[in-house]
Design a protein around this ligand. Sequence first.
Ligand SMILES: [Zn+2]
Length: 121
Amino acid sequence: MHEMGIAIEIYRTCRDTVAEHGGGRLRQVRIAVGELAAVEPDLLVFGWEAVVADTPDQGAALTVDFCRADQRCPACNQAKDRSEGSWLRICPDCGTPLEVRGGDELDVIEVSFETDEEGCP
Ligand SMILES: [Zn+2]
């Protein structure tokens, strides 16, 4: 399950962000995961919970925005609909190979945290 390694990476990114803003405790983290990123959102949340357990950030929530890839036909010049989980190789209308846009996202979008007021001298 490589989601565990990704969860650790995300956690490091979040901790860096919090540190840059004077420190504190993570409350909520929002990430974007594309359908082509080869990441299972459920497993990623599971991994995240394991990563933050036994840290001061225990209980911080990870929210995953799942981003679908856009399949466009360069000949029809429009995006082609498909049902969830299915994948088109050629345009169903004209047979031209489709171009793919997006869907490979794996980004931290938002980091919410509480500042640690007592920690200030
Ligand atoms: Zn077409």
